[in-house]
Design a protein around this ligand. Structure first.
Ligand SMILES: [Zn+2]
Length: 302
């Protein structure tokens, strides 16, 4: 086991985000900066209008899709596992297994190796490259589900729950709340893996990123716009929508809907109940308690 060299002299938490002094860049900056390294396309990590952006090609494509011309001044693509030097710091992007294009940022400077995880998960996801464990002296981890109560069940079990409900209620639309980036495509891919090959209806807000995933080689099967579909078509079908659409007028057109949400937070029954979720599906793109624990063990630097 190596002794961890302190990176405090060259890597600093600031209100704008984590700042690398010799490289003069921020990781996932909270406000527009000169140089931003972006771990992945979610809105709390990727923000518009940085002067220079460095990220994987997929993340840059996602930012372009979301922000258009405001994605950044210059957009520089870096492939996984190809180190570049920035002001004496070696920077490498390594798959984080979170969503398409998501990366851990590996920094090496003065003999110290730091991994900034971004968001990650350890279990297999058919829509993105799997997480790769890195040895390091310092590991900066997310901890969205950093409590022992959060243990995500196997994805297959949750998808089976959904398919079983569909079987029990063949006349009802199953409307599933999913985040537009990552969760939506993962639920679609998991359903296809489970053998569900009927058309799946999607809310208009989910369409652009589904198309982007397909352009990057992630097959999602037959998709139909939910808007414009008849009640007869929607009866007995699966409909995906952003969580915000579940409570509004949009979902009231659905024939006797079974409201589901796919999220790690569905582990908290009270939360599901409060939101009127009849069918909670515990499917998360974040590491659960056991994954966080296994990933952060000191053996990482051994
Ligand atoms: Zn994320």
């Amino acid at each position: 086991m190596t002794t961890a060299a302190s990176p405090h002299q060259w890597l600093k938490p600031t209100p704008k985000g984590l700042y690398c002094v010799p490289g003069d860049f921020f990781i996932d900056p909270a406000v527009p900066v000169d140089r931003g390294v972006i771990t992945h396309g979610h809105g709390d990590h990727a923000r518009p209008n940085n002067r220079h952006v460095l990220a994987t090609g997929e993340t840059i494509a996602i930012m372009r899709r979301r922000f258009g011309d405001d994605a950044g001044g210059t957009l520089q693509t870096l492939r996984y596992r190809e180190p570049i030097a920035l002001g004496g710091v070696s920077l490498t992007l390594i798959p984080a297994g979170h969503v398409l294009g998501s990366a851990q940022v590996v920094l090496e400077h003065l003999g110290c190796r730091v991994v900034v995880s971004g968001d990650y998960k350890r279990r297999a996801d058919p829509t993105c490259a799997p997480f790769e464990l890195q040895r390091c002296d310092v590991f900066i981890t997310e901890a969205t589900f950093g409590l022992p109560v959060f243990r995500h069940p196997p994805d297959g079990q949750e998808i089976a729950k959904l398919l079983h409900s569909l079987h029990l209620f063949p006349e009802r639309a199953h409307v599933i709340g999913v985040y537009a980036l990552g969760k939506c495509q993962r639920v679609l891919a998991l359903l296809r893996r489970a053998g569900y090959d009927a058309p799946i209806y999607i809310h208009g807000a989910l369409q652009p990123l589904c198309a982007l995933y397909e352009q990057h080689g992630v097959a999602l099967g037959p998709l139909r716009p939910a808007t414009g579909a008849t009640r007869e078509e929607l009866a007995g079908s699966i409909v995906l929508a952003p969580p915000s659409a579940l409570g509004d007028v949009w979902s009231r057109r659905m024939p006797d809907p079974v409201i589901a949400v796919a999220s790690g937070w569905m582990r908290v029954k009270q939360r599901a109940k409060q939101r009127g979720v009849e069918l909670p599906l515990v499917i998360s793109d974040h590491a659960d308690w056991d994954e966080l624990d296994a990933t952060s063990k000191p053996a990482r630097s051994g």
